[in-house]
Design a protein around this ligand. Sequence first.
Ligand SMILES: [Zn+2]
Length: 1006
Amino acid sequence: MSQQGYVAAPPYSQSQPGIGGFGSPNSSLHYGHYGDPNSSYSAPQPGVSKSTVPFGSPAPVGPPPPGAQQFSQTSFQNGSGTPGQQPHRFQGPSPPSNTGPSYPPYSHQSQAAFPSTAPASSTAQLADQLNSMQINSYGPGTAPSSAVSPGHPAAFQGPRLLPPSQQQMGLPPAAQLPPPPANSVNGLCAQPALPPMARQGGIPGPVPPNPNLQHLPGQPPGPGYHPQQANYGPQMAASQLSYPGAFPGSPAQLSGPPQKKLDPDSIPSPIQVIENDKAARGGQVYATNTRGQVPPLVTTNCVIQDQGHASPRYMRCSTYCFPLTADMARQARIPLAAVIQPFAAVPPNETPLYLVNHGETGPIRCNRCKAYMCPFMQFIEGGRRYQCGFCNCINDVPPFFFQHLDHVGRRIDHYERPELSLGSYEYVATLDYCRVSTKPPKPPAFIFMIDVSYRNIKSGLVKLICDELKTLLDKLPRIGHDFEENKRHEWNNKKHLAVWKLEWGKQRWNESNLLDQIPELFADTNESETIFAPVIQAGMEALKAAECAGKLFIFHSSLPTAEAPGKLKNRDDKKLLNTDKEKTLFQPQGNYEALAKDCVANGCCVNLFLFPNQYMDVASMGLVTMYTGGTLYKYNNFQLETDSPQFLSDLRKDIQKKMGFDATMRVRTSTGFRATDFFGAIYMNNTTDVEMAAVDCDKAVTVEFKHDDKLNEDTGALIQCAVLYTSMSGQRRIRIHNLGLNCSSQLADVYRTCETDALINFFAKSAFKAVLSQPLKTVRDILMNQTAHMLACYKKNCASPAAVSQLILPDTVKVLPVYMNCLLKSCVLAGRPEIPTDERAFHRQLVMAMGVADTQLYFYPLLLPIHSLDLKSDAVPAAVRCSEERLSEGGAFLLANGLSMFLWLGASVSPELIQGLFNVPSFAHISTEAISLPNLDNPFSKKLKHILEQIQSQKPYTMKLMIVKQREQPEMLFRQFLVEDKNIYGGASYVDFLVCIHKEISQLLS
Ligand SMILES: [Zn+2]
């Protein structure tokens, strides 16, 4: 396997001053000017190279600035603004009904303005260079542990190595590059006039600009939108970096060769990596018997067999070989992290965890470090003692546990005891591990609390929930309930809350009547103000009184403005975007943190179902949910007819989720390193214990490790995660996951075992945590900076000597740039006035709790061509890259990111396919109002339905299907998920980003 997976020469030389405006010290460009109003959207044009014009910009608003455009062909839309510049104006579209992806970007006009073409000369040079980038050894993204000598990556180049001539790109002499414009950030002023549109698919004809999206020269920015005052705060070390989203936009002044169509196939493809791994490891048994072994990708289906290390479903690391010393770690700047999903669901063909019960003795633990008995304990002295693999302490083996050793020093009962031979298992805990150490816990309870204010009664939501609960109760055995109007709580004399409690183990009684009564009981309510914190408080008190842990299900529709604790005010303020104060939008108001802490202390998990039609302060309302391991659901502008299926599906799934309650997680490590930071839907009272009122199968905690000493190559880096929790049946248990990693004094070994998907999970969570305390620009800069450092360190230390101008990416992280770009332009990090604050807070909270498979899909959506389904096969077709170039007018594509799902139909998709899927005769007859496909009795329809179910079944959130027809307005919603393209909110295209990161690497190495 090649270690040097990707080699390319860049289009510029190191000495180029201020090329493209990035990194140029005198440039005011900063990394990620997402908040800039001047950003515009452009769609790549087939055959015209990826040249673009601003979204909705019908006319030039200024002369093109000279120079600095060498790389602008795909970047100039995202330029940053400077004072005095005319911003494009996105007239604030009203949030659409909950018909699609969560944030409502565009007005729903009949015609999308994907603008389109532009003089593309600027693309030429880069196109040339990228076209000639060599991609060798697109092997599986994971490298087998190998004994290759580091420092000679070329030695690992696979057989597909291209001729040397193709490894080098023709570098234009630096002198040919025009100097940067004096004010390169004004690039956006220089948008070219829109030429007659050449539409995707080659359909000529002008595109009526969307009146809501076009730029009106001379028009002031919209109300509340003062981007020119953006204050990026103090410059950081990383501030020299400029995210390509901040490129000046202008038509290129490039004096390059005649333009060529950019060949996207010449840059590393996430799909290629995914497919290669599937081909190499899919459908196989993956045995976890080797320390430091890199598992198959999360996107590869295989059967995992626990042979001594935890399944990657439970624990997945950013690298499977840690650098030996802190110095090495600092040099490489590869995050050392594990993403732990302790209750991950396992498929039926894999063995569930064994339960070990030592009775009153309880689990066997090291006397010194308290690590639990596991395969890393070394038995000595004939089996009478054991040495702890974590702290090296020698412990006596308890008499009841004694066993003789065989000729290799292994206990003869090795394979009979899960705790000796498996990576993951559970212990039954003794009373010592219980909250009240004198008695075992009671089974957890569920409490449902509905906001029965006027709006929810009138919308039918209350009745819907009550009706659903009637059927759900049947699915939960041994359930009883209490009903209480919460009048008894002092703040609430408003009768606007229905509460009832389901307790495991109680007798059922006729709750159906009650559920029928609730909607009637409150039918005449005219209460519109709601409370929120007292609701949680009441639920928590109820659990406390019942002496059990449990989960609250809270259904709520508005900002709690009633006079009561936790009262919130509307503090949404777009003026804060791209200022130092933007972070306050993500910080909670009021005293919700204290409430969250109380809930965690009482094992009270809060699930929140929000139905907003305006700002609800998700950052505050979601906080308790976040800290208690609960799940946040949000249905914008909920409509009974169209949104019920999604909501009910979420509710059903949630109630039936496997989970643990009243949980504490502790991560222990062998000597030389330790867990230093934790990211997730968790609460921490101290620096070591991760507390979760509950943890379900979809929640993952990402843990970062740091060295505190030198590691040991022989013993490796060992990790043990122990989760103490109460099971659904009320048993106190400890779930153990053990994983051993290698250590090496060779950086190449560290790179060779990197896992891009886990890295992105870590980067996303650390960044989304950081937005609470740092300006977003700083956060983006740090991400960019670290990425560049990681790659520069590889080039410097691990790759064979190469010209400064060569871009060299390690095979295992060659798609890190594309994922990193997706993270950088995600709605959380991209402060755009079009994206509602609540939407950003919502996405932030979701991602914080995600496991690796979920972040992978979230940041790089699945795009499936479904017009060419193989009806004979059960398999899901191979995905295509998330770029407009991959769409075809005659095709139909399914896109899913775990939260939203789209079926995109090309304008000339075959009538047979339309008939087969929709049972209508033509494209024009397809209704985009539909939220699901009809059940039709034909193989094509059945197959697609099957695929939809398959995709959905693995995801925690129910994805509402949106039908999108090419060239109709909702297509704009869909397009923002084409993450390799430039985003209309101002994110760079993949190509631009790659060029930018290359520049940064070159600077670091110069
Ligand atoms: Zn120990």
